[in-house]
Design a protein around this ligand. Structure first.
Ligand code: KG4
Ligand code: ZN
Length: 325
């Protein structure tokens, strides 16, 4: 079964053709980083305009690279949440229109579930149950994956997402968006000079909180008169260590609670090489190369499993806060 995947949840416009849920025939991703860089974060209205301009050419390119005309597509899969509402609507309406015009069934999938599926796409033999960790610009979520499609949320962030914290930390030090890759690079030259700590939610020991950590970075940075590159490197290293130690600790607790050592990770932050050291003590599975950041191959792959032989209804809505369960 050839599935066309469509992804427009945030600031990547992407389309992909995937065979039988796992073989990627084409995957085209256009990042909007250049567009949002000047603002230090994603501007929803600008993201939407770019999606409108690029989505159809990118779908055409994905079909062309797969040497597959649209009439040879068996199913269209689209991320209909969670994400920016306007951005989601663009992808969803494109999927509905292509479905209607070409008489191809379509299915809406959850973007977060697709991030976790990206690991199973690389290796379908990963033993379940497992813990899933979605670490991205929009999410910091631990999930108990009982089987594909059967999940229980263990914990989430009560304020900033981890990627967002990286982006804000970078912004505080006058560094460009996205902050993650640059903080990682600077941390290599830095020392753990600052005793930063991520937040702890009293009543929820597994919940995440990064806004206090961000404030600590702000105050520390503001106190330094004429900060040098080394000062910034030290803050980057100390911040990254605090954030990743917290992730490691809470995954450990989740594993104890769910009695598994298997971990599936997804989301942009899992692109970090530094993070791998902190997760090395677990049986950690990463997405296939190129599938950590937002992409449409994971959407098409998951769509194959979600399709039950009948198209979703054209009344399917985009949902900004679509839960995984
Ligand atoms: O999954 P993603 O592409 O988009 C969302 O759905 O949010 O993740 C983007 C996020 C950004 O916040 C970016 O700073 C972060 O992933 N990121 C990283 C790294 N590379 C990307 N964070 C830490 N270290 C990295 N190397
Ligand atoms: Zn994402």
């Amino acid at each position: 079964m050839k599935v066309l995947g469509i992804e427009t949840t945030c600031d990547e416009t992407a389309a992909s053709v995937v065979l039988d849920g796992k073989h990627i025939i084409s995957s085209v991703v256009s990042s909007q980083i250049d567009l949002h860089k000047a603002y230090g974060g994603v501007v929803p209205e600008l993201a939407c305009r770019r999606h409108i301009d690029l989505l159809m050419p990118i779908i055409d390119e994905a079909l062309k690279q797969a040497s597959t005309p649209i009439n040879e597509i068996d199913l269209i899969a689209v991320a209909h949440g969670p994400g920016l509402i306007g951005a989601l609507m663009i992808g969803l309406n494109a999927a509905k229109a292509l479905s209607f015009a070409n008489k191809i069934p379509f299915v809406g999938v959850n973007h977060i579930e697709a991030h976790l599926y990206a690991c199973l796409m690389a290796d379908p033999s990963i033993p379940l149950p497992a813990i899933g960790a979605i670490l991205s610009g929009g999410h910091t979520t631990l999930v108990h994956i009982k089987s594909l499609g059967e999940y229980e949320i263990i914990s989430e962030t009560v304020d900033d997402a981890i990627g967002e914290a990286f982006d804000k930390c970078a912004k505080i030090m006058g560094l460009p968006y996205p902050g993650g890759p640059i903080i990682e690079k600077m941390a290599l030259q830095g020392t753990l000079k600052h005793p930063f700590k991520a937040g702890q939610v009293k009543t929820k020991p597994l919940a995440f909180s990064f806004s206090g950590l961000k404030t600590a970075v702000l105050y520390t940075y503001q106190k330094i008169v004429n900060p040098t590159e080394q000062d910034k490197n030290d803050i980057a290293a100390s911040f990254q260590h605090a954030a990743f130690t917290d992730i490691q600790k809470k995954i450990e607790l989740a594993m104890q609670a769910c009695n598994t050592r298997t971990l599936l990770v997804g989301g942009g932050v899992t692109n970090s090489t530094a993070l791998k050291k902190y997760l090395a003590k677990f049986d950690t599975h990463y997405p296939e190369k190129g599938l950590s950041l937002d992409n449409a191959a994971m959407i098409a792959g998951l769509g194959f499993h979600k399709f039950k032989g009948k198209s979703d209804l054209y009344s399917l809505r985009a949902i900004a806060t679509l839960p995984i369960v």
